[in-house]
Design a protein around this ligand. Structure first.
Ligand SMILES: [Zn+2]
Length: 399
């Protein structure tokens, strides 16, 4: 790296001045990364960097201030973190990540900000980025969402996202369900919802839990059979433990019968995988290496980890994101849809809606969203933001 010595000195001084005269090596080195220092050069220069920091730290604060005045121009005006922080275990060209919107509506700003974090990491290291439309709940599918998500993905991710639709992969989820039954990690439970809730509450096993593989296979076939179990009469459960400290982990469901007609698949399927089965299967099949998800999916991540473990697969590195609460901006696509249907809005691209369709029409560029996402970074802290503040920032990034 060019000017290593002078840059190190400048950043050490800058850091010292915000830490009562004592610079710390970590932040200085990360500033040097932003200046172009390569990861594999750190060892080579470590001694030299430590020596400079030592020298700076032995100056008085007055001397540091004086010297920093002269070197200030070496410190770029950019914030300390330019771009995204590094992902652990990210191999060049091999990072596989995804964004998984539900098919209940098109993209809004919240989607764009979360999705961009994964997309930008794939862009940074090289690899694959999937947009996976989750539509295995036939009751929560909005038929227009498919095309809208596809169009908006092309626009946001410069046509580099591979689009996948979960309801096209139902047979695959069945295959995995059967595999889990064979491995004695899943069973078909015919207890009523109320009964099972009692079992969960009292940490008791339901009688179905001890059925053998043969009986479970029989019951599974009966779930799939049009003349077999009816809706709500049977559910496939993961055999985790009924004594887990967290009640949400106790033999959670993997698949259920839902006879509601599916927008895309019609009445072709009666058994639908639930989120944790579908997500685990897809992440395994697509060889996901890193996953960034909302903080409220922590329990789900834990459930999926259990499925991975039974199947002897390595669970992807996972980061959890805090939520952005928009104080005066409605982000529920269901509510927006209702309002559109009541003609309170002209359509999804109505100027007053925080949808991607609307912002795109108003002239925002994809870069505005990715810069915004980059600024948020991988933070677990929740943020509260007013609509006005959000748009001020977005307008700024749009320039
Ligand atoms: Zn049962």
């Amino acid at each position: 790296m060019k000017n290593l010595e002078i840059k190190t000195r400048a950043y050490a001084l800058k850091n010292a001045l915000v830490h009562e005269g004592k610079a710390m090596q970590g932040p200085v080195i990360s500033s040097l990364f932003n200046e172009g220092l390569k990861k594999d050069e750190v060892r080579k220069y470590a001694k030299q960097i430590a020596q400079i920091i030592f020298e700076v730290n032995s100056l008085s604060v007055e001397e540091q201030e004086k010297e920093f005045e002269k070197l200030e121009k070496e410190v770029s005006e950019r914030p300390a973190r330019e771009g995204l922080e590094e992902l652990p275990n990210a191999r060049k060209g091999k990072v596989v990540m995804r964004f998984a919107p539900s098919a209940s509506g098109p993209f809004h700003v919240g989607h764009a900000l979360t999705a961009y974090l994964s997309f930008l990491y794939v862009k940074k290291y090289g690899g694959k980025f999937y947009v996976r439309i989750e539509d295995t709940n036939p009751e929560n599918v909005y038929s227009k969402a498919y095309n809208m998500i596809k169009n908006e993905s092309d626009w946001l991710f410069d046509k580099k996202a591979k689009i996948m639709i979960q309801s096209d992969r139902i047979e695959l989820y069945y295959k995995y369900a059967e595999k889990l039954i064979r491995k004695k990690a899943a069973y078909v439970c015919t207890c009523s919802k109320e009964q099972f809730r009692e079992f969960v509450k009292n940490k008791k096993n339901c009688p179905c839990r001890k059925l053998d593989v043969r009986e479970n296979n029989k019951r599974w076939k009966k779930m799939l059979d049009n003349y077999g179990f009816g809706e709500g009469e049977a559910v496939l459960r993961f055999k985790s433990s009924m004594k887990n400290k967290n009640p949400a982990m106790r033999d959670f469901p993997l698949a259920r019968i839902n006879l509601h007609k599916h927008t895309r698949q019609g009445n072709k399927y009666r058994v639908w995988p639930l989120m944790n089965l579908a997500v685990a299967v897809d992440d395994i099949e697509m060889k996901m290496t890193h996953v960034i998800r909302a903080k409220d999916h922590r329990d789900n991540a834990e459930r999926q980890k259990k499925i991975y473990k039974v199947l002897n697969k390595k669970f992807p590195w996972t980061a959890f994101l805090g939520r952005i609460h928009f104080k005066d901006m409605e982000l529920s696509t269901t509510k927006m849809r209702e309002a559109i249907e009541k003609r309170e809005y002209k359509g999804w691209d109505d100027k007053r809606l925080p949808t991607i369709a609307s912002l795109r029409k108003q002239g925002y560029k994809p870069q505005a969203f990715w810069k915004f996402a980059e600024q948020i970074g991988l933070s677990e802290n929740d943020k509260v933001m007013a609509r006005e503040e959000f748009f001020r920032l977005l307008d700024n990034f749009n320039k």
